[in-house]
Write a protein that binds this ligand. Structure first.
Ligand code: PMP
Length: 310
């Protein structure tokens, strides 16, 4: 399952997907919708200079914004942790997200909600930045190819160690993704789409943009957030869905060995949803196909996400 050069390198066109002309989006910027070409951020914004800001990636299914409350809560908590004042209250933010989604006729797609520290000086001091900025983009989404879901993905173990939780709490979904990007580069250099990141103690933290789950002897395991994982919203939904199916889920530290000898392996995330992993570092998982728990949870997730009433 080698990646095509396009999948490996990516282009603006492939990354941007279809449906809207370049320049055609309506973007929420601070307090109103503007045309994409007017949606600009200063080069002195600390979001750009230092990755100083927070964000959310949110799905839209059947015109409904998926788990919006949970995303808004996580955004405010991320902001609070880095002492970033979100310049809008919860209701205003929800309204901005909904209006942006509607203005772009996004029925099935992806929303990016970003809060940056705002314009400051060339120094690090965040408190000289006067106004934090908010923008919201709603667009189509680029998904993994269907083949990845049917056949499962190959991954590698990244040598890039996950940020120490005392360096940056993993719950903070910050604009600084360099730690994950370095691990993503390792994956792409090895012709696989994802890599697994381990923490400073060698325990599994997460994938570069997804949470990790394994199944062993019928029990589902996932690393605790303290191991260095973002508290994924898809992860939480999958844990709930597993409980509804009377499947046991245990949060505990996992080692590389646990991944090598598990019966099933899957990742969860807003974009990937639930996706099976069938090989890690050349070790085939189970019978080399996404296993029954993975397939069941993917199906339940699909039904939950596409349900008319939630
Ligand atoms: N970990 C990281 C580092 C992520 O960026 C993401 C989101 N792409 C996830 C896990 C999954 O979180 P969620 O299910 O909320 O998208």
């Amino acid at each position: 399952m080698c990646l095509s050069p396009e999948e490996k390198i990516g282009t603006r066109e492939t990354a941007r997907t279809t449906g809207y002309e370049i320049m055609g989006l309506k973007i929420w910027l601070n307090d109103k919708l503007v045309d994409e070409k007017e949606a600009t951020i200063s080069v002195l914004d600390h979001g750009l200079l230092y990755g100083d800001g927070v964000f959310e990636g949110i799905r839209v299914y059947n015109g409904k914004i998926f788990e919006l409350e949970a995303h808004i809560k996580r955004l405010y908590e991320s902001a609070r942790a880095i002492r970033l004042a979100v310049p809008m209250n919860r209701d205003q933010l929800i309204d901005a997200v909904k209006k942006t989604t509607e203005a772009n006729n996004v029925v099935g797609g992806y929303i990016r909600l970003v809060v940056t520290r705002g314009i400051g000086t060339l120094g690090l001091n965040p408190f000289v930045c006067e106004n934090s900025r908010v923008f919201v983009i709603a667009d189509n989404i680029q998904l993994y190819p269907e083949e990845f879901y049917e056949k499962g993905m190959k991954v590698i173990s990244a040598s890039t160690v996950r940020n120490h939780p005392l360096a940056l709490p993993p719950q903070v979904k910050s604009l600084n993704y360099l730690n994950n990007i370095l691990a993503k580069i390792e994956a792409l250099d090895n012709d696989v789409p994802e890599s697994i990141m381990y923490n400073h103690e060698g325990y599994v933290a997460e994938a570069t943009g997804d949470n990790v789950f394994i199944v062993k002897n019928g029990i589902i395991y996932t690393p605790p957030v303290e191991a260095g994982a973002l508290e994924g919203i898809t992860r939480a939904v999958v844990i709930r869905l597993a409980a509804q199916e009377n499947l046991q889920v245990i949060e505990r530290n996992l080692t590389r060995f646990d991944l090598y000898v598990c019966d099933e392996f899957f990742l969860t995330g807003t974009a990937a949803e639930v996706i099976g992993v069938v090989e890690i570092d050349g070790r085939v998982i189970g019978d080399g196909k996404p296993g029954p728990h993975t397939r069941l949870l993917r199906k339940k997730f699909y039904e939950y996400a596409h349900a008319k009433e939630k």
